[in-house]
Ligand binder design. Structure first.
Ligand SMILES: O=C(O)COP(=O)(O)O
Ligand SMILES: [Mg+2]
Length: 233
């Protein structure tokens, strides 16, 4: 049986308006009660993830900032990977460019971030990518925000470290996601499932795509990968 489920948050256990899916919460609690470790893996800040894990009811393990940070359990130290300074340098380059066009960049939760930066999607992502093509950052479009992240950091690099510490083999992990920031972890995990609302590139990277969207898709993914758990329920 799979030992861990790693799930994206926005667009996977929430809808497009970020309203959390109650059926996804119920499903996560069923997993936790059955002894399956559930790791929430998101672009969100550690502060947000700490609260979310507490209120959903997992053991507090999370990946945040698209792999820039992770924590094991509620009492684990926050592990920070990547270099936020290169993200700030990239941000200032973008800011001076878009200021000239009269477009104000909007940062999300910058004071609560340690590794990446998140911006409102009020600027064209293709233009941002061209402007930063010589910068040591990657641009991730989650559908909810644009993230500036150090190269070679992803939800998968955090998951790999976390799995090593917890002695979880990749083939015993199910990963579920919806956006390009999830592709590396969907490919790294033994089973990578995309919800139906996932972008085409994400669906291509997955081993299976659900018929249902958002939270219902997450539940379908878990039932697909762990049928025995629900037969017993
Ligand atoms: O922070 C975002 O932009 C979206 O986060 P997600 O990785 O949970 O979808
Ligand atoms: Mg998402």
């Amino acid at each position: 049986m799979l030992k861990a489920v790693v799930t994206d948050v926005d667009g996977t256990i929430t809808d497009q308006r970020r309203r959390i899916s109650t059926c996804a919460i119920e499903c996560i609690r069923t997993l936790v009660d059955a002894g399956v470790r559930v790791v929430l893996a998101s672009g969100n800040t550690p502060c947000f993830m700490n609260t979310l894990t507490k209120m959903i009811g997992t053991d507090g393990t999370f990946i945040g900032e698209n792999g820039g940070v992770y924590r094991i359990g509620f009492t684990g130290d926050l592990q920070v990977r990547g270099d936020q300074q290169v993200c700030w340098d990239a941000y200032h380059l973008l800011k001076s460019h878009f200021d000239q066009q009269g477009i104000a960049l909007e940062l999300f939760g910058a004071k609560e971030r340690f590794a990446d930066l998140a911006l409102a999607r009020n600027v064209p992502v293709d233009e941002v990518r061209i402007l930063l093509s010589n910068s040591p950052v990657q641009v991730l479009d989650t559908g909810f925000a644009l993230h500036l992240q150090s190269l070679f950091i992803s939800k998968a690099t955090a998951l790999e470290e976390l799995a090593l510490t917890l002695a979880l083999p990749a083939d015993q992990i199910l990963a579920v996601g919806d956006s390009e920031n999830d592709i590396p972890m969907l490919q790294w995990a033994g089973t990578g499932i995309a919800v139906a609302n996932a972008r085409p590139a994400v669906q291509t990277a997955a081993t299976h795509v659900t018929a249902a969207r958002y939270g219902e898709g997450f539940v379908e993914a878990v039932r697909h990968a762990l049928p025995s758990l629900f037969e017993r329920a």
